[in-house]
Design a protein around this ligand. Structure first.
Ligand SMILES: *Cc1c(COP(=O)(O)O)cnc(C)c1O
Length: 196
C-alpha cells in the first residue's frame, strides 16, 4: 500500500465563524467541513467570493439534503439507504461520497455497522447520483488504543473494497491516522493555533 502524499487536510469549521474562516483561507486553508446544514448555508453565502472546497462531515438529515447537496463537493457521512434515496432524488450530478462506518460500535455514533457494510455496498450500487470514493470513521474518545484499531480496520476495508480514500483523523488522533494511510484528515480545534 502506497502512502498517499496528496492527503487533504480539511478544516472542521464548526468552531469558526465566517470571518475566522476567511482568515484561515488567507493563510492557505482551502478545504472546509461543516457539520450542520444551516451553518453551511450561511457560510456559503458569506464566503461565496472564495474558491473553497466544501465538505459535509456531520450527520445529515434527509429533509436537509435538497438544501445542500448541490453546494458541496464531498459528503463524508453517507450512513443509511434513506439518505441515499434523498440524494438520488435531489442531486443534479453524482456526489462524491464516503460511507461513514461505525467501527467503535458506540450507540451515540452514526455510521453503518461493519456487519451491515457489504449489504449496504451492494444496495448503493444502483444509485447513479452516488459516487462512492471511500470510507470515513471517527475514533473512540480518549482511547487511542481502540482508535488505532479502527483506523487500521478502515484502511483494510478501503483496500478490500478497492476504494481510494480514507477520511479519518482529528486533532487528537491525526498521527495515528497518518500511520494508517488516511487521505482526508478532519481537523478542528488545532486550527485555533493558526488564529492566535
Ligand atoms: C468536530 C469534528 C472534527 C474535528 O474535531 P477536532 O477534535 O476539533 O479536531 C472531525 N470530524 C467530525 C465529524 C467533527 O464533527
Amino acid at each position: 500500500m502506497l502512502f498517499d502524499i496528496n492527503a487533504t487536510v480539511i478544516c472542521a469549521s464548526k468552531y469558526f465563524d465566517s470571518n475566522q474562516m476567511r482568515t484561515l483561507y488567507e493563510k492557505g486553508v482551502f478545504h472546509f467541513g461543516e457539520n450542520r446544514a444551516q451553518d453551511l448555508i450561511k457560510k456559503l453565502k458569506d464566503l461565496n467570493d472564495l474558491n473553497i472546497t466544501w465538505h459535509f462531515i456531520g450527520h445529515l438529515q434527509s429533509n436537509k439534503v435538497k438544501d445542500i447537496i448541490n453546494q458541496i463537493d464531498y459528503l463524508h457521512t453517507l450512513d443509511r439507504i434513506s439518505l441515499a434515496d434523498s440524494i438520488q432524488k435531489h442531486a443534479i450530478k453524482p456526489i462524491k461520497c464516503f460511507i461513514q462506518v461505525n467501527l467503535t460500535e458506540e450507540d451515540q455514533k452514526s455510521g453503518v455497522l461493519l456487519s451491515n457494510l457489504s449489504q449496504f455496498l451492494l444496495e448503493i450500487k444502483k444509485y447513479d447520483k452516488i459516487e462512492l470514493i471511500g470510507f470515513m470513521t471517527i475514533g473512540k474518545d480518549e482511547d487511542l488504543l481502540v482508535t488505532e484499531q479502527v483506523f487500521h480496520q478502515l484502511d483494510e476495508l478501503a483496500t478490500t473494497y478497492k476504494l481510494p480514500y480514507r477520511s479519518m483523523g482529528m486533532t487528537n488522533d491525526y498521527e495515528l491516522a497518518i500511520k494508517h494511510h488516511a487521505t482526508h484528515f478532519r481537523i478542528g480545534r488545532k486550527f485555533l493555533e493558526l488564529l492566535e
